[in-house]
Design a protein around this ligand. Sequence first.
Ligand code: EPZ
Length: 430
Amino acid sequence: MTKYIIHGGKPLYGEVEISGAKNAAVAILPATLLVDGVCRIENIPQISDVSLILSILKSLGAEIRTVDRTTLDIDCSNVQNRSVPYDAARQIRASYYLFGALLGRFGEANVPLPGGCDLGNRPIDQHEKGISALGAQVQVQNGYFQATTKGTRLQGAHIYLDVVSVGATMNTMITATLAEGLTVIENAAKEPHIVDLANFLNSMGANIMGAGTDVIKIRGVGRLAGGLYSIIPDQIEAGTYMAAVSAAGGEITIKNVIPKHLDSITAKLEEMGVTIIENDDSLIVKREGALNKSNVKTYPYPGFPTDMQPQIAAVLCLAEGTSILTEGVWDNRYRYADEFRRMGANIQVDGKIAVVEGVKSLTGAPVTACDLRAGAGMIVAALAANGTTEIEHVYHIERGYEDIVSKLRQLGSNIHVETITDEEWHVGAG
Ligand code: EPZ
């Protein structure tokens, strides 16, 4: 078992470079299954969710060659297998994009139902709605999501999504790319990774218009050929470092960002008294004085991202006064609150609302990361806390943050990794 040991209470100074966006990469990599040729993809983040998808693509027959640390050549031309192995796919949410890609390519797919973070109810009815509208017969059987077109080509369709869903929007885009005729997705999600997926597919020969608005039009094409594409920087990784310096104090430069994608996070932190200077592709974030309270509601983009909710909560724990958090996307995204309370935070949760009464300081404590962003929130709190915090279950964090320990050390924080053997762990746990 691996844990992070953080001796907090130290301001952050220096520069940090943001990696490629996880939630773009986990859709773009499966979408290479649609391409007849070599896709050279740059700025791929080195995180465990990406490793899992790459291992699934290999098991399906993809040829993958490393060009450099963040660039791969992926050739799925010879893939014949339409069935994804159970164990790997069950561990990630994004396995549903493999479903759309295999169905789009072969008219047939058999993929285990997705796993991923436990954030409450995570239905896939809107994926089913989009994919069925294109003419596939979809069923869920024995833990697998299965579909077939019975040998006919998928047909474009007009689809109105009942909820704004990132996954259903991207999956329908992937599935419709090689369908016959025009597909229109209404009430589409608008996150930066949706635009990135459309740009990737278009650069391989697709015809997708309107990504980034709530109506996306996909005119089906007969074939995608290979090409070069570079994944956008990770909005949430950048936001997490913004939260870290806001909580711990100091001044850092965050490089390789698209400042526009960070507007809602920047606006909230500025409201709380943090200074943010935007350059073309970097930000300077500085916090010296006291933090002001603020109310934060999470919404689909361009609203404040739910994937930043635990990290901003950690900052609010140290702000003067009472702040209200409202979770507008997931049913259950406050599982970290008990862990924050171990660190001295005053946070009370009632359904989708959390009330945070700011405290003067947090204190280090042993805590457990219950999901990816909850773990990131615990790191933010630990960097600001006096004393030592030990964070367990950091595999959740490593699903989405490349080299987080070395990046934080580069900013002067006192963090290290401790690995204990299973035997030591069981003795300790006994
Ligand atoms: C994506 O999940 C992200 N995951 C999540 O990030 C992120 O929290 C979420 O979008 C919202 O931004 C990936 O991209 C792999 P949704 P996704 O479909 O696509 C409801 C992280 O920390 N819904 O936009 O699964 C659903 O219950 C992760 O990086 C349906 O009702 O989210 C939720 O309330 C965690 N039916 C809302 O829509 C459906 O068929 C938004 O979910 C699908 C979703």
